[in-house]
Every structure is written in C-alpha cells, then in structure tokens.
Design a protein around this ligand. Structure first.
Ligand code: IPE
Length: 271
C-alpha cells in the first residue's frame, strides 16, 4: 500500500477562531482544489482537521479539556451540564467535517469520515484506537478531526487534538509527508506573526528556542507549541515534515511534488 500524505488543516485556518461555528469557506474551497491535484497524481491523502471556533469556544467554557468537573462552569448558558456541551461540540465538529468534505465531494473526490468519539479513547498521542480503518477503501480520501473523546477513570472525557492523531497516523501508517497547514503565518516564525521584525525559520531542528503565540484564552489544545512538539517527533519517522501557510495551498503541492516550498521544514537532527 502506498505511503500516505497526511495533511492537517488547522482550525485557525479553516474557521474564524473567535466567532462561534464560522467556517472560512473560500479557504476550504482553495485547499480542496490543491489537494485535488495531488489526488489526480494518484497520491494517497489523509486529512485531519482542527476545530477552531467549532470546538474550542464551547470546550473552553465548559472545561471539557479538564474532564468531569462541577467547578467554574457557566451558570446561564444554552446548556445545563458538561454532558450537553459534549453532545453539542461533537455535533459541531461533525458539521464542520461535513462542510469540509462537501467541498471535496463537489470536485468529484470520494471521502470517508472517522469521527474520533466513535473509535478513539483517551487523550494525547497514546490514545487508544485502531488506525487500520484508514487503510480500507484506498480510493477515498479519509478524514478525521480533533474531538471530545471518552476517557477511563474519573476524568471521563477529554479533548483529543488532531495533532496527536496526526502523530499516530504518520508513524503507524508510514507517511511519506506530514504537512501542517496553518493560517496567519508562512511557517514557524522567529517572533509572533504580528511583530514586524518577525522572520520565517525555514529549517527547524529540535530544541530551538523561539517565542510562539498560544491563544490560551481560546485554545484548549496546545497551539503552535503542541504542533512543533508533535512535528519534531514525527520527523524522527517521516522524511518530509512541514509547517506551511494553508492560505497558499499550492505550497502543499510543492512540498509533495518538489520536496520544497516557502515554509518551515522540520528535521529531527541538526544538519
Ligand atoms: C481540538 O482539535 C478539538 C476540539 C476542541 C473539540 P485541534 O487541537 O486539532 O484543533 P485546532 O487545530 O487547534 O483548532
């Protein structure tokens, strides 16, 4: 079986992060078109997408990333319990997935979606779940995403990030490429993207020190720090690991076709 190209579409790329359940349809459409070119070249593609405003906002106010708790929950809200909030976030994630896959279907690509809460348990990169489901139906693009999953013990549930799913898919399915498509920056930057002095770091090796920006007021997963940590670990197994600007989706094609583009390549050892 062909080694897959795994593409993570960050939640901040495909949604407006601070406006509840607002997709960026034109960006999703452009991504679908670029990825279609890869599919037409007979590349096997697996797509993992993030949550953005379809996940983080409700998860944050209902503390879903902390597991079961009674403390500090909203008092006046559309939900009365964490259980209701979980149901709603899972549904929102399904809706976002549907919006994304529709754009691929419109271009004639067949897609299969795997909502993590139906097959994965526990959070972090050691989550439990059989990834063989991504090896079936080779002619379809398989999709999955970050989600609220069930956990053992007193936590009962938690947030499984799409980045951690990427790690397991990339390693267990022997990916040829792992491409993190983000919004708002051409790759890993020397300073937060809003700083005019900021510069792209074209080659990232482990243990570099930098000032990232993690919107902890919105994000319940790890932002750029988790992404870099996961990307470093993936680069020990996968030859081509990149963080690129998904608003320029032709860069995804360039990585796969030429092995190079404007973005940050992550390698496991210093050259
Ligand atoms: C988060 O998934 C899932 C939920 C909050 C339900 P990710 O960690 O993959 O999402 P983004 O890319 O940061 O939005």
């Amino acid at each position: 079986m062909q080694s897959p190209v795994i593409i993570k579409l960050g939640g901040g790329l495909i949604t407006l992060k601070d406006q509840l359940c607002t997709p960026k349809m034109s960006i999703i459409r452009n991504l679908a078109q670029s990825i279609h070119h890869l599919v037409k070249m007979n590349k096997r593609v697996i797509i993992v997408h993030g949550a953005g405003s379809f996940g983080h906002l409700k998860a944050k106010s209902w503390k879903l990333h902390e597991g079961r708790t009674d403390e500090g929950l909203p008092i006046e809200d559309e939900f009365t319990s964490q259980v209701e909030a979980i149901k709603s976030v899972r549904q929102d994630m399904k809706n976002l997935n549907q919006l994304v896959t529709n754009e691929f279907n419109k271009l004639g690509m067949s897609t299969i979606s795997h909502s993590p809460h139906t097959w994965a348990f526990e959070t972090g990169r050691n989550f439990i779940g059989d990834l063989n489901r991504f090896n079936l139906e080779e002619n379809s693009i398989h999709f999955t995403h970050g989600d609220v999953v069930d956990c053992k013990g007193t936590t009962e549930f938690g947030i499984l990030s799409g980045d951690d799913i990427c790690y397991r898919l990339a390693v267990e399915l022997n990916a040829s490429h792992m491409i993190f498509a983000m919004g708002g920056a051409p790759g890993v930057m020397t300073l937060p993207p809003s700083n005019p002095e900021t510069k792209l770091i074209p080659l990232w090796t482990p243990n570099k020190i930098f000032q990232g920006q993690h919107q902890s007021d919105i994000d319940v997963t790890g932002g750029i720090y988790l992404k870099l940590n996961v990307a470093e670990k993936i680069s020990q197994h996968v030859p081509m690991v990149w963080i690129i600007d998904g608003e320029c989706p032709e860069r995804i094609e360039e990585v796969v076709q030429n092995g190079d583009t404007y973005g940050t390549r992550i390698i496991s050892e210093s050259p």
